[in-house]
Write a new protein. Structure first.
Length: 508
């Protein structure tokens, strides 16, 4: 009896285990079949099957028997061949076709997918749901789909190509002519290629005939090249790959260097002070530049160095153009065109006494052609020559208020040098018809007001200048008239006497 119970237990246990095993197998098979069916009912499977059909029919040449080509009425252009069907058939044979949901298409029972080669959309597949969705195992929702429509997309687009003006562009082996381009403000050309149904094949070449690469974003195509633009002082030297770049002289005296190359160029910039920097683009270049115009008795130092002769220009001083020949050792005017490849370089200017000139270096210009000393006339010199009296006499002579023959010419001539420019001016004025047309007037009392005598300056040991200003008050036809003088009077020592050699109006 005991042995029989043991046998029954083993049998029941064996049967139980086998039943559990069978149920497990059934469950696994069910879940596998469920997942298989779930995977196969996904809409992407239908799209992939449609792509396979397009590829197969395109390869065997029957694609247009199965799909409608809507471009039958498309007119060919100079940039695309007439047989668009063949182009599309070839495109459908590509093994790189992809698909994605079409943006902006949202319908409860429909899905629209774009079929594309790269970013060129070739066709659209519209799917429609079939029946109601069914949920299995609480998380798997099944929805059957069918292909409602597959249509080939034939749509004309206008492409634009941006490149330098001296580059050539060929579209599908057809060279673009200027009529397709518009010059842009930055000097580039923007070409518009109208009515293309497929992405164009481009060949872009620079002015040396080298082929350039390009990038496309949608219908916008941009040529890839290195474009450096520099506007810098002309005393800086630019070399590109070891060859000096000439640049273009601008109206403001600066040089513009436009450097366009397909490969990354080696651009080096050198100044006249021994500095060289590499330029790799961007807006910052370590640079201090200015123009300093001073008499040749002044000294200029840049970072402790005397500027080289190559950045200096020496010329006759324009302030003393009519003094030439009547005074020795007249100062020259020196122009320093300073450009140094250092930020905030130390530039110092000092007069002949060593006194440093204070100036606003951010203005990039120091012009001491006319020097404002603010100094008064020395007392001993004032005793030797009455500069204010001579200036008043000149003013009276010009308004025909001097007594004597020829409107007082000989009175003013005693302060001038016979044969000088100013002497000739006075002589011609005293004998011209114009002096006879001077308005009838008389002088007020006092005739001269608001008098200033300032900015005395020794030009040389035998030549000085001084600024004199005043108002000459007259009455013309019963009404007051003010004649204002504000000029620099220059005197030279001639035959032991101080003579007036030049008068230059001060323009505020």
């Amino acid at each position: 009896m005991r042995r029989k119970r043991k046998t029954s237990f083993k049998f029941v246990y064996f049967l139980y285990v086998n039943v559990l095993l069978a149920l497990s197998v059934v469950a696994v098979v069910y879940v596998w079949a469920l997942l298989y069916n779930y995977e196969n009912c996904q809409p992407e499977k239908l799209v992939e099957a449609e792509i396979s059909s397009l590829q197969t029919t395109a390869e065997n040449g029957t694609v247009w028997s199965h799909y409608l080509f809507p471009g039958a009425d498309v007119n060919p252009t100079v940039f695309e061949p007439a047989d668009l069907r063949e182009q599309y058939r070839t495109a459908f044979t590509s093994d790189t076709l992809t698909y994605a949901l079409k943006p902006g298409t949202y319908r409860e029972n429909q899905l629209v997918y774009n079929i594309a080669d790269g970013d060129a959309v070739l066709a659209e597949v519209t799917l429609e749901s079939v029946g109601e969705p069914v949920t299995r195992l609480a998380v798997f929702t099944f929805q059957d789909w069918k292909v409602l429509d597959t249509k080939v997309i034939v749509e004309a687009r206008d492409y634009t190509v941006s490149c330098p003006a001296d580059f050539s562009v060929a579209v599908n082996d057809v060279l673009l002519t200027p009529e397709y381009g518009t010059m842009q403000a930055d000097g580039t050309m923007l070409y518009t290629i109208p009515g293309l149904y497929q992405i164009p094949e481009l060949v872009i070449r620079d002015h040396n005939g080298q082929e350039a690469s390009y990038k496309r974003s949608g219908t916008k195509i941009r040529t890839e090249f290195y474009d450096y633009s520099l506007t810098i002082p002309d005393t800086l030297t630019v070399t590109v790959n070891g060859t000096e770049h000439p640049g273009e002289l601008m109206d403001n005296g600066l040089h513009r260097h436009s450097i366009r190359m397909l490969q990354n160029p080696d651009v080096q910039i050198s100044d006249r002070f021994g500095n060289t920097v590499s330029f790799t683009g961007g807006n910052h270049l370590p640079l201090t530049y200015c123009t300093v115009i001073v008499p040749d008795s002044y000294s200029v130092l840049v970072e402790g160095q005397t500027p080289p002769e190559s950045v200096t220009t020496v010329a006759d001083h324009p302030e003393y153009v009519h003094v030439q020949g009547y005074a020795e050792n007249l100062p020259k005017l020196v122009t320093y065109n300073i450009a140094i490849l250092t930020d905030n370089a130390d530039i110092r200017v000092a007069d002949k006494a060593g006194v440093e000139v204070q100036w606003d270096k951010t203005s990039h210009l120091l012009d001491l052609t006319t020097i404002q000393t603010g100094a008064p006339m020395p007392e001993d010199l004032s005793a030797a020559v009455d500069v204010l009296g001579i200036a008043k006499k000149w003013s009276l002579f010009m308004s025909a208020d001097l007594a004597g023959n020829n409107y007082g010419f000989w009175d003013i001539a005693q302060h001038l040098i016979d044969g000088s420019y100013l002497y000739d001016v006075a002589y011609k004025w005293s004998r011209s018809v114009d002096i006879t047309f001077t308005s009838i007037h008389y002088l007020s009392d006092p005739p001269f007001t608001d008098i200033t005598v300032e900015n005395f300056f020794w030009v040389t040991d035998s030549c000085f200048s001084v600024d004199i200003g005043f108002n000459k008050n007259m009455i013309v036809s019963g009404s007051p008239l003010v004649d204002t003088m504000h000029s620099t009077f220059t005197f030279v020592q001639y035959n032991g006497q101080w003579k007036l050699i030049q008068i230059k109006e001060i323009v505020e």
